[in-house]
Design a protein around this ligand. Structure first.
Ligand code: UDP
Ligand code: GAL
Ligand code: MN
Length: 560
């Protein structure tokens, strides 16, 4: 009955992955919605069905009954495999050259009529039912006309002939072939530099969206084998799409994939013990911050904005019931000047959601301001004596911290973080900063050569060092209580020995801290984003400031 009728059924906005639409080609193009479309294998029916990325083309013989049966089989198969055909994107174009045409019934899918169109824009080519190409020529002509208008204006403005020709090539002729820097071909993004980064980012983004559902399933306590099946079907298939094509060229982006795979492991492993074996810091994206150093020679991460997933860290530390003791000294005039701002800003930004106790060491406990604290957050004021010299106030912190860890902190907290008081939190200072042994890169030295580091260079001091790794700032250090105890004990010992030898290290406790971290490498470094001096003009690499130095008024605040 349909002897001479050629049917093309095309989806609007069809991807470039389909074969060309030759007149005489009998075909049907169906669009399946995002859900699961990538996980469909090629399925061959009696008539051929070709699966390209998200578009399905079926080609068939001349028999209309077979054509309709084919569509029915395809739609049944999709239904069986949990795929939806996107009816809004599916169009029918009938090309019929018979002398006597008869009324054709619409093609229906799931009881719905597929819309029939008289002309169709496919890959920027307008195909019409009569295959005359006039609508196509007209469209191209119209577009070129618009560009010619600008050409005329340019000529009026007396632009050089060569320039006009260049413009003509770029704008008018480009109507025929647009030059792009990246192109999606069969679901794979190919860019001019063949770096595959666009492709990886696209894959990772897609996989990441699906990871969320995996987490939901896990929280609903589905069995591991079900989770693994879900992972293979919906996430792995995305990540591995066309992998033989791009894998060899992926060097620069492999960390994205590792990140996803690790995240998935976290989500799939249903036993808490298994999940906790996965190191959170292995989920860091070391490649995202290209202009700064993101890990040390001994493989400790240096935490910069963008490298970590804050939710992942918070979730895990909440599950593990991590707790933090924060020590801060406010002796003499430093209390009035800084303590209130320090504590109120910490309540807004420091380890929000985790149990935190502030250990405030002061010579004037009665002057400690009343701060409204969040739940599971406490403040404990511990009286200390006021040393006459400010250097001693600073150095003797090491001994006081050690005593507090020994008598109390070790029994109640996993982590201890020690802070200078003359600073203000400005942004998230969260659980990503927690680690076994944590040091801070000094804002003034992170981009300077080692020769300029202010290590103690006096061989008579215990803090003496000729060479080192980084210059660390003593304004923040922390870690597991055991490690912090070792650190403060070692520094205090050095300070006492120096006193016995009548020497004082150049930067007091900070010099001893630098010596300690040179011998006992920290397991995590915080970038200067975690303690920034706003007077530094060159903010190279600094994307956020999570904590800033408060103005220092040494002349009026310090004693001794
Ligand atoms: N400190 C104090 N009172 C003082 C001197 C120091 O409480 O008179 C404490 C305070 O916590 C301060 C820390 O010791 O933040 C280190 O001293 P400072 O901040 O003056 O040193 P800098 O940051 O300039 O090296
Ligand atoms: C200063 C800072 C001091 C000390 C010193 C080291 O900028 O105020 O606390 O860290 O650098 O050179
Ligand atoms: Mn300070």
């Amino acid at each position: 009955m349909l002897e001479n009728a050629n049917r093309l059924k095309l989806e609007t906005g069809l991807s470039q992955s389909s074969p060309t639409t030759l007149p005489g080609w009998h075909g049907l193009v169906l669009h399946s919605t995002r859900s699961g479309s990538n996980s469909v294998a090629v399925k061959v029916f009696d008539n051929v069905v070709i699966k390209f990325g998200e578009d399905t083309i079926s080609s068939l013989g001349r028999d209309e009954t077979a054509y309709r049966a084919e569509i029915q089989r395809l739609s049944d198969w999709c239904a069986d495999n949990n795929l939806d055909l996107n009816m809004t994107k599916t169009k029918e174009l009938v090309v019929d050259f018979r002398r006597r045409t008869s009324e054709l019934h619409c093609v229906s899918i799931n009881g719905e009529c597929v819309e029939r169109v008289s002309s169709f824009n496919f890959m920027d080519v307008h195909i019409a039912t009569e295959l005359q190409w006039s609508s196509n020529t007209l469209a191209v002509f119209k577009k070129a006309q618009q560009c010619l208008y600008f050409l005329r204006i340019h000529r009026k403005m007396d632009l050089k002939k060569e320039l006009l020709i260049v413009f003509d090539h770029c704008s008018v002729e480009s109507d025929y072939v647009e030059r792009v820097s990246s192109f999606k071909f069969l679901g794979t993004h190919i860019s001019v530099d063949l770096s595959w980064s666009t492709n990886t980012s696209a894959l990772v983004k897609k996989a990441q969206q699906r990871l969320h559902f995996l987490s939901v399933l896990r929280w609903n306590r589905l069995q591991t084998d079900v989770l693994v099946s879900f992972y293979c079907a919906t996430i792995e298939s995305v990540l591995e799409h066309a992998i033989p094509v791009w894998y060899a060229g992926i060097v620069f982006n492999i960390s994205y994939l590792r990140y996803i795979v690790l995240m998935t492991n976290l989500s799939v492993a249903s036993e808490p013990e298994t999940r906790h074996k996965i190191n959170l810091d292995d989920t860091l994206d070391f490649g995202v911050r290209t202009s700064v150093q993101t890990s040390t020679s001994w493989k400790a991460p240096i935490i910069w904005d963008g490298m970590f997933d804050p939710n992942l860290y918070d979730q895990r530390h909440t599950e593990e019931k991590s707790s933090v003791a924060l020590t801060v000294f406010a002796v003499g005039r430093y209390l009035d000047a800084y303590l209130k701002t320090f504590l109120t800003s910490a309540e807004q930004h420091f380890m929000v959601g985790l149990p935190v106790t502030y250990y405030v060491f002061t010579d004037s406990p009665e002057k400690v301001p009343n701060i409204t604290l969040g739940s599971h957050r406490n403040i404990k004021v511990i009286p200390v004596e006021k040393h006459t010299r400010w250097q001693d106030i600073s150095m003797m912190r090491m001994r006081t911290i050690s005593e507090a860890i020994e008598s109390e902190i070790r029994h109640r907290f996993r982590y201890v973080f020690c802070f200078d008081v003359d600073q203000e939190f400005k942004g998230r200072f969260g659980s990503e900063a927690l680690g076994d042994s944590v040091a801070l890169l000094h804002a003034h030295f992170y981009k300077l050569p080692q020769a300029q580091f202010t290590y103690d260079r006096n061989p008579k001091s215990k803090a003496f060092m000729e060479t080192g790794d980084f210059y660390y700032h003593a304004a923040i250090f922390g870690g597991l209580w055991q490690n912090v105890k070792d650190l403060v004990d070692a520094c205090y010992l050095g300070i006492i020995e120096d006193k016995l030898n009548n020497v004082e290290a150049l930067w007091h406790d900070e010099s001893h801290l630098n010596k300690y971290f040179w011998i006992h490498k920290p397991s995590k470094l915080l970038s200067p984003e975690y303690c920034w001096d706003q007077s530094i003009w060159d903010k190279q690499g600094i994307v956020v400031t999570r904590l800033v130095w408060a103005p220092k008024h040494y002349d009026t605040l310090r004693s001794g």
